[in-house]
Every structure is written in C-alpha cells, then in structure tokens.
Write a protein that binds this ligand. Sequence first.
Ligand code: AN7
Length: 357
Amino acid sequence: MSYQGIIHRYKQFLPISEKTPIVTLNEGNTPLIYSSYLSKIIGNGYRVYLKFEGVNPTGSFKDRGMTVAISKALEEKATAVMCASTGNTSASAAAYAAKAGLCCFVLIPNGHIALGKLSQAMIHGAEVLAVEGNFDDALKLVREITSEYPITLVNSLNPYRIEGQKTGSFEICDELNQAPDFHAIPVGNAGNITAYWKGYQEYFSHGKINFLPKMLGFQAEGAAPIVRGYPIANPQTIATAIRIGNPASWEQAEKARNESGGLIEMVSDQEIISAYQQLASKDGIFAEPASCASVAGIIKLSLQGYFKKNKPKKESPTIVCVLTGHGLKDPDCALQTIGKPKVVVAEKKAILKEIGY
Ligand code: AN7
C-alpha cells in the first residue's frame, strides 16, 4: 500500500478506532536530511540532521496534529472548528476542515502573519478574522468562545493535536534506529516541544529506543516568556510564527526540559536571520524564520562550548533540528533579507557583463 499519512502509519500509538473517519492529506514521512555544513560548524564528531517539516501538505508540522484533531472532531460529530493562529495552524486547520466539510473559524493577530499563511487560510475557505491584538489575545477569545458554543477548538490545547505531532519523534527514531542525543526545536505556544517529548517517552517505554534525547528549546529574544520566567505582554520578533508571549503549554515545556536534562534558551532576530540565510545558501533548504530558531540555537550553544562539554561518550553523537515550516510561507522576509534582483536590458552583452564573463 502506498503511504497514507501518520494515522495509518502510527495508529497503534494514536487514539483512533475503527469508527474514526480518517481525514488525511498524506502528511508526515518528511525527510531527515544530514547537514554536512552544520555538522562541521558544531564539530566534535557530531552529526547534525534537519527534520524538514516544511514539506508537509500545507507546509508546516501542524498537519500532523491537524489530521488527528479534525478526524476526531468529525468522529465526535462536530460541525465547526476554531483556532487562534500566528499563521500555520490556521493554514492547516483550514485545509483539513475543507477536506472534512467542516466550517473553520480563524482569529489571527492583525498585521502580524506571513502572507503565504494568510493566503492558505483564505483559499481553503476559512472565515478569517484579523483581531486587533496579538496571538495571546486571540487565543483567549477562542478558548472562551469554544467553551460556550458548539465549536471545536483545534489549537494545541486540543490533546489530539499533541497526539498527532508526537509522530515526528517516531519518524526520527525509526530513521536513526535510535533516539538522537539532542533534539533542537523552536518554541512558541510550546505544543510541539510537548508533543516531541511525549513521542520520545512513548517510544522509550515501548523499548523502541533505549535512551532519551536532551530537549533544546529556543524562543525568540523578544518573545521569550519561558526563558525570562514571566509572560511577555507585547512580544516582538521577525519570526512571526513564534511571536507568542504566554504559551499555553508553558508547564509541559518546562517539564520536557527538566525531565530530559535539556534547556530552553533564546536567540536574537539577528541570529535567526543568520541561520535562515546559512540554511538556504549552504544546505539548500528554505525554512521559515521561526524554524531557524532551532538552528540558530545550536550554533549559539556550540559557540558557548555546550556540545563539547555535554558530549555523550560515543563515536558520532547526533543532533536533530526540527525545521517546522517552509520558507515559502514568508517570501517577504526572504526578499527583505537578501534584496531584490537587479534589472538589466535584454541584451547578451549587458547580461554577460553582470555575471562577470
Ligand atoms: C513554523 O500557527 O502557534 O511551540 O498559531 O508556525 O508548538 O507553538 C505556530 C507555531 C514553530 C512553534 N515553528 O510551535 C500557530 C503557531 C513554526 C510555527 C512554531 C510555530 P509551538
């Protein structure tokens, strides 16, 4: 049978029964790409892999959670779903709701979501409302509305989202035939770090892996409530996907950090953009800025001597960085970073002059 998405592949680990109508876009099965460039930067014999979640059907990791959340919503006879979103959740919810024939309501922070994501939510037919407030304000409203009206919440507070997203760790372990030593991941609302940690723990208790990774979470400096230890009223970062000041899964993220012996740190916008450019120009991977917080994070830790100091006693320890979303989500950011193309006259001579021949 050809590949049919994460529910079919990992059914035994998911809250799915014979009665569940499976709504899938064949999400998951994303590539784990070896990066010789980053392995060289980190040094000390480490092997760095990139789990490129940007190649999911709607271009982000959210699809893993959404296939389960929407399938369960359908099973439970829901007619409408709702989410607050910095963009990717809304794109994914809108697509899966469209396929399921459900109404989808989306609240986004006005003026702070990338164009690609907005266009996805709109074209899939969601009712999109741009709220004059930030993500945290929008999520608060969605929690209130969904608790009062027959509308299913599909943010990661919905436990089915976490269930689906944990399959990312299963795929990594299945491919490496073991857990990685370090797992680096961007942290926004903190659902994904919670999900990955749950996945690793389940594989460990099933004997599929015989150690657990250290979880390394990275927030953007201007939106780093967990690192600073208090909610940020007015979060700011170029990585709009993680522009979140009061994460819903705050405690679970701290639990993942503490239980794994890892850390949650922050990276500046400048470090994020530098990682974004390096990934694109050295590794050929276009990941959206928020995704690059994981790469910026390991580069920063490596400069501080973290990986040398914490090197496991083995030949080639592994680091997996999750690249959560595709760079095409936010083309404005790419062009603002790198500039626009030079315009030339349509003459061979002029072109050859420009390219140095
Ligand atoms: C590319 O879409 O919160 O820590 O509303 O889009 O699980 O929140 C997106 C989050 C990382 C952070 N990378 O994950 C939303 C939203 C990308 C993202 C995160 C998001 P969480």
